[in-house]
Design a protein around this ligand. Structure first.
Ligand SMILES: Cc1cc2nc3c(=O)[nH]c(=O)nc-3n(C[C@H](O)[C@H](O)[C@H](O)COP(=O)(O)OP(=O)(O)OC[C@H]3O[C@@H](n4cnc5c(N)ncnc54)[C@H](O)[C@@H]3O)c2cc1C
Length: 199
């Protein structure tokens, strides 16, 4: 739906009232919203257009994805606000003075915890819900915690990479690999020193 008064308000309240459980993607052709109400003040000269123009990045804190589109085309976006970038883009590149300095997820942004559990501490069903081969003692459960907003396409790519790598390396049967994505708001990260780096 469009991101006008109706669409943007509906998007916000669906996220809010569902406690973030319902994924919401807003399809809006414009990069920012210009309000019709109060536009008479612009015509009358007591306000400027900027006073009644609102950027859509205000919706990011609700975890609403935005696609600036009406016909399924790709867009190139230049932005410094990471929450806005990650809620929209499937691929991120970082440029400095016109030179590519990074692409994708930063190499150092790697925090992994490996827990090897014995059977008493790790219970799982061998078939639930749709397995084509029974889980064995090699069963691996991967939980990925990241900031909200990655698209289903990105999640499918991550899944394909994980399953591909694990079946190639240790030779795990993909049916033995369970993955759960957990999303948190951007403001929830403090990597140290009590600093909220995205807030
Ligand atoms: C000059 C003027 C003054 C007004 N003053 C008042 C007022 O004082 N008080 C009041 O209550 N109401 C006022 N209104 C009415 C009010 O603006 C509308 O009722 C309200 O904006 C309707 O909200 P909406 O979400 O349905 O549509 P809109 O706010 O018009 O939003 C529609 C959105 O959909 C997007 N869109 C459209 N087609 C596509 C597409 N194909 N793909 C992607 N996106 C698309 C548009 O870019 C737009 O952002 C005024 C209207 C006008 C024109």
């Amino acid at each position: 739906m469009g991101g006008g008064y109706g669409g943007a308000t509906a998007a916000k309240y669906i996220r809010m009232w569902s406690d973030g459980k319902v994924d919401v993607t807003l399809v809006e052709r414009d990069g920012e919203f210009i309000s019709c109400p109060l536009s008479n003040l612009v015509i009358g000269g007591s306000k400027g257009l900027g006073d009644i123009t609102v950027p859509y990045s205000g919706l990011d804190k609700w975890g609403i994805r935005r696609i600036r589109d009406e016909r399924g085309t790709s867009i190139l976006m230049t932005e410094h606000v990471m929450a806005a970038v990650m809620s929209l883009c499937e691929h991120v590149v970082v440029l400095e003075a016109g030179k590519l300095i990074a692409s994708g997820v930063p190499e150092k942004d790697r925090f992994q915890r490996v827990l090897e559990l014995n059977a008493d501490d790790f219970r799982f069903d061998a078939e639930y819900p749709d397995l084509t081969a029974r889980r064995t003692d090699d069963f691996v459960l991967i939980e990925i915690l990241f900031s909200v907003g990655r698209s289903v396409k990105v999640k499918k790519k991550i899944l394909a990479d994980i399953v591909g790598a694990l079946s190639k390396g240790p030779g795990l049967n993909p049916e033995n690999v369970m993955v759960c994505f957990k999303e948190t708001l951007w403001e929830n990260w403090s990597f140290g020193g009590g600093r909220l780096i995205h807030a």
